[in-house]
Write a protein that binds this ligand. Sequence first.
Ligand code: GDP
Ligand code: MN
Length: 360
Amino acid sequence: DTIRSSLYSTSSNHHDLALPHANTPKANATFVILCREGEINEILQSLQLLETTFNDRPHHRYPYVFLNEKPFSANFKLRVERAVSSSVEFGLVPPEMWDIPPHIDLVKAQKSWDRAKKSGMPYGGSQSYRQMCRFQSGFFFRHPLVLKYRYYWRIEPGVKFFCDLTDDDPFRYMEQNNKKYGFVLAMHDIPGTVRTLWIWVRQWYEQNQELLAPNNMFGFVTENNGRGYNKCHFWSNFEIADMDFYRSPAYLSFFDHLDKMGGFFYERWGDAPVHSIAASLLLDKNEVHYFDNIGYLHPPVMHCPKTPAANAVSPHTGRSRCYCAHESSFAFDDNRQSCLYNYLEVKGRNSSDARKAFMK
Ligand code: GDP
Ligand code: MN
């Protein structure tokens, strides 16, 4: 604590924070941002809040990796570099991680995109969205610029962070508590995007029983004792994870199996259900963490910590720790869309107790 507060107080005002790219991360960790050139304004918004709530503290200052299948312009890079307190690397996603793999029948795929579009599925007609989901499911953690890091925090354009994290380093938390997957929001997926996903998931785990974690969170994703998928998933636009999990032979075998089945293109499997089902089968319950202390918005859904955290005053700023109203949290609505209560129940908390505790 003394070390941390003295580190913090070495910068009595924000101008001191502009030490040129001081970069001494405490965990081997990075932010990873996959985005497009045209999302510059939304990116700068995300960066402003991430920096001012967390990363510009001298004891944090984690580096960034920006990825895109098309090169970023010099102007984009300059704007991003000037917006952050740490170092940034910009990388190209190579075609073998982005392009539709040769085993996919493009005629069949196109037909299903037309159908999905007609049915009104969000991004139903989009090829690039599907490529993005496949990349986030199976490749980002193997990108050459990302390989040197163990932990990552996924950041998207246009998100908000509401709470001061001066004293809470999520990466250090993961490291010190042996966590491998961290989330803030959990909800039900759109059924039409994952029609056959569970068939292939089940086929894989029946053939690979020995790879399942003994004390896993199977119950978070299944219904009827494994006969179906309940559509619960962690909302992966926010994700803090130990990438050694994704790099493990078990995860890679799981991903390869799904990739062969083609549902990233014939349906619209998201990286969120793929990551979430993998975490629920392959990790110990205790390796999954709910970051209740992080106030976060990805429109239209938000999370704001329950009291007293949300009402507390930050010792560093003398102002609110969280600039959000707890009762606006997605999980607060009793709309059954949230999967937080399933999660808490699987983690061993009585769901109605958990619900009450959350709502107070
Ligand atoms: P949503 O959150 O599911 O509505 O989808 P987004 O449009 O936010 O896309 C998810 C993430 O992938 C965001 O970080 C986007 O910037 C990124 N993304 C989506 N499509 C593409 C693409 O075609 N190219 C690149 N480089 N990034 C993409
Ligand atoms: Mn998004």
